[in-house]
Structures are given as structure tokens and as C-alpha cells.
Design a protein around this ligand. Structure first.
Ligand SMILES: *[C@@H]1O[C@H](CO)[C@@H](O)[C@H](O)[C@H]1NC(C)=O
Length: 248
């Protein structure tokens, strides 16, 4: 997710060459095409979360976070309209599958669970899609229920959200430090850029096809070792679109 300097990347490319994989050459340097991409036969960039990083005048960058104009990198602008999220890593079976709100946390490729009170009836949105809003470093569920539903990193760094009519957030949760970037991704700026992980369902769990979503960091990386790196791609919906009366 973060920027890599050319020197560091070139060294890593050389190091991986020692393993003797099916190597290619980029200028004078040998590299493993499963791990790197070569730009203009001179710049090597790593592939992270299945994304071959792009090249901006020798600096590697993720298109989920930056754009490159006239050889200058710029952070993508913050989005001001609601969005859905999809998991992005072309190497995984959940590539392109939606983030789904269910039982007060976010999963991938699950079912969106929502509720509409009888007295609201026909004015309720369908509630079958998980729509999110972002602003001021925070994220929330894009709902009609008065008071809204805030989303946050829970103490395990899953993404949770508050119940309707409740401001209760587990202690130790993190409610800020998110960037929702237009034409890019939802970025977790907490935890020094370890990015998102998608944890495959456990065979014994009986939980259906949903994968769990976690935010990785230096402390939990080992615990979440089986969780595979993904980007969370922002798919804007029409401004003013509400996802549900409330998510459950
Ligand atoms: C990393 O995540 C864990 C939860 O999985 C949390 O307890 C810990 O405080 C986080 N570490 C940092 C440095 O934020």
C-alpha cells in the first residue's frame, strides 16, 4: 500500500532471483514475475494483494491510493458520496465479491442483513446491499435509522458497526483513521499500512461462503497469517442512495 523506493525494490528483485524461480529480466535485473512487474524495461514494482503496482517516474504506487500525473504522485481525493466495497485480488475466489454487513460485522461474499420496521414499510430501501459512507476519517453504514450506525475496527480489528439506537462501541475499538478514496479504495491508515486481510471460512465453521475481513498490523499479522491480502475497492453509488433502514 505504501510507496516503495526503487532501490529497495530492485534489491528485493535480486534477492528473489536467488530462489531460482521462472525468472525474467528487467533491464539488467532478474526478477520473479509472480512477485514483480517490470515497467519500461527498467523499473521493478512488487505485486501486492494481487495488484502489480504502477510506476510513476520510478516510484511504485497502488492505484487504490494514488494517481500519477506528469510524473507526480498524488493521493486520490476523498469521496463524498456513498459506496459499496468489493474485495480485490485477482488471485482469490472472492475477487470482485461484495463486503456484506451481517451480525454487526463486515464479511466478504456473505449476505447483507437488514431490518425495516412495519410502520416505515414501503419507504424502506431494499436493504440487500451494504452501502457505506465516509467522512472526516470515520466510516458509517448508510442507513435511515435516526442516529445512524457507526462502523469501526473492533478490538480484534474486524470491522464492526453499532446497533441501531445505540452508541455502544466495544472499548479498545478504533473509530478514525480511514480514507475512502474516489476511484480507489478504502484504506485503513491505522497500523502502519499492513492493509486488509480476507480470512477463508473454516471447514468446521459451517458459516457458508462468507470470508471474514480483518485489518492487519504488526501485532496481529501472525494470528491472521491465513488471511490473504486484499484491497477494498470503492464502487460509488448515486449520491443520496441509502442502503437500508438499519443493518442487523
Ligand atoms: C493490532 O490489532 C490488534 C487486534 O487484532 C490490536 O489488539 C492491536 O492493538 C493492534 N496493534 C496496533 C499497533 O495498533
Amino acid at each position: 500500500m505504501s510507496r516503495f523506493t526503487l532501490a529497495a525494490v530492485a534489491l528485493a528483485g535480486l534477492a528473489s532471483g536467488v530462489l531460482g524461480a521462472d525468472l525474467k529480466t528487467c533491464g539488467q535485473t532478474q526478477y520473479d514475475p509472480a512477485q514483480y512487474v517490470c515497467h519500461e524495461n527498467q523499473f521493478l514494482c512488487p505485486i501486492t494483494a494481487g495488484e502489480p503496482l504502477s510506476n510513476c517516474a520510478g516510484a511504485c504506487y497502488s492505484k487504490f491510493m494514488y494517481s500519477c500525473t506528469d510524473n507526480v504522485l498524488a493521493l486520490l481525493p476523498a469521496t463524498s458520496i456513498p459506496f459499496t466495497l468489493t474485495a480485490d485480488n485477482p488471485g482469490l475466489p472472492i475477487h470482485g465479491k461484495p463486503v456484506t454487513a451481517s451480525d454487526f460485522h463486515w464479511t466478504i461474499n456473505g449476505e447483507t442483513k437488514s431490518y425495516c420496521p412495519d410502520q416505515v414499510g414501503d419507504s424502506c430501501p431494499k436493504g440487500d446491499k451494504t452501502i457505506i459512507a465516509a467522512g472526516g476519517g470515520g466510516i458509517s453504514m448508510n442507513v435511515m435509522v435516526p442516529g445512524g450506525q457507526l462502523a469501526f475496527l473492533d478490538p480484534y480489528w474486524n470491522i464492526g458497526y453499532t446497533q441501531a439506537h445505540s452508541a455502544n462501541i466495544p472499548s479498545g475499538s478504533v473509530t478514525t483513521g480511514f480514507a475512502a478514496l474516489e476511484g480507489g479504495g478504502l484504506i485503513n491508515l491505522n497500523g502502519a499500512g499492513w492493509g486488509w486481510g480476507a480470512c477463508p471460512p473454516r471447514a468446521s465453521g459451517g458459516g457458508g461462503p462468507a470470508w471474514n475481513l480483518v485489518a492487519k498490523n504488526a501485532t496481529n499479522a501472525e494470528k491472521y497469517a491465513e488471511c490473504l491480502p486484499i484491497n477494498l475497492k470503492i464502487n460509488s453509488v448515486a449520491s443520496g442512495t441509502i442502503g437500508a433502514w438499519q443493518y442487523t
